[in-house]
Design a protein around this ligand. Structure first.
Ligand code: F6P
Length: 318
């Protein structure tokens, strides 16, 4: 049996740990593992590489992805998907494992719809796959963000300022939510929790009157212009305000143990599913249990009860 593995979309810490787990588990069961380089672009242009045990040595603790990745919009054209699937068939690959976030899963769903066997492992700093408690990479990015906000808080408090911190997350507010809760942020603005600017300014005025020394506002990217909002807060609230856009630093770094372990168990589970000929599935963990479900389910955008409960905590403990 032959399998192929690729990483796609934004890289996430722990992708290498997942690649390692897939390759080592496959070899354990005498399955031949191949890598596809540079994501769906490499799939369409047939960039295959046979993987050995040595190819995945020393990568467990490394950030990024040793297979390379790409944003490849062309994959959303039917003829590109068919070309990629024909390449898989001519290489005699029995199943493709894709590692990535929601963009990657859209590609996986398109492949599945051609009838070719595919399995998805969720890896994205955004935690943007429905049906799994966490995606690989989320906890490492969260740790980076929390460390940065703690540092910003030191200076913000010394100067009696308000600070706005913009996180990544694309359409999903989990990074901002978890980071805000972890750092005692006063306000958390996300796609799931939009807060009117005037409400924030009015509260900050009140905080100033009460003699609070600083305020932290965490916001998901693409929602507001944080530099303009900082100016507005400075003009209207009584707090001098600064904005920090954390940017790509959030995507890098060595994965935290949580992400390494998640990657290890999910990689091995992908091989279990393949050995049982259970294809066309996305992998996840729910309450510590491994689960598998359809790509259609994985791509829904419903906010879970757990996330809603976390949002309701913010005003109580800020
Ligand atoms: O999906 C991961 C992510 O880092 C998002 O949080 C962010 O919006 C996006 O990728 C940035 O993508 P790019 O690397 O293409 O600029």
């Amino acid at each position: 049996m032959k399998i192929a593995i690729l990483t796609s979309g934004g890289d996430a810490p722990g992708m290498n740990a997942a690649i390692r787990s897939v390759v080592r588990t496959a070899l354990y069961y005498q399955i031949e593992p191949y890598a596809v380089l540079d994501g769906f672009r490499g799939l369409a242009t047939s960039k295959y590489k046979k993987m050995t045990r040595k190819d995945v040595s020393e990568i467990l603790s490394r950030g990024g992805t040793v297979l390379g990745t790409a944003r490849y919009d062309d994959f959303f054209r039917e003829e590109t998907v068919l070309k990629a699937v024909n390449n898989l068939i001519s290489q005699k690959i029995d199943c493709l494992i894709v590692i990535g976030g929601d963009g990657t899963y859209r590609g996986a769903k398109a492949i599945k719809e051609t009838g070719f066997p595919v399995i998805g492992i969720p890896a994205s700093i955004d935690n943007d796959i429905w049906g799994t408690d966490y995606t690989i990479g989320f906890h490492t990015a969260l740790k980076t963000i929390v460390d940065d906000i703690d540092k910003i808080k030191d200076t913000s408090s010394s100067h009696q300022r308000a600070s706005i911190i913009e996180t990544m997350g694309r359409h999903k507010g989990d990074l901002a939510l978890y980071a805000g809760l972890s750092t005692g942020a006063e306000f958390i603005i996300t796609p799931e929790n939009k807060i009117d600017k005037n409400t924030i300014i009015a509260s900050l005025k009140q905080h100033k009157k009460e003699g609070r020394r600083n305020a932290i506002i965490v916001v998901t990217e693409n929602l507001i212009n944080v530099h303009e909002f900082a100016k507005e807060i400075t003009e209207k609230s009584g707090f001098s305000c600064r904005a920090t856009v954390l940017g790509y630093v959030q995507r890098g770094g060595s994965p935290v143990p949580n992400d390494r372990i998640l990657a290890g168990i999910m990689g091995a589970y992908a091989i279990d599913l393949i050995r049982n000929k259970q294809y066309g599935l996305a992998i996840g963990t729910r309450h510590e249990e491994l689960v598998s479900y359809t790509f259609k389910e994985a791509l829904q955008r419903e906010t879970t009860d757990t996330i809603q409960k976390l949002y309701s905590l913010v005003p109580k403990i800020a």
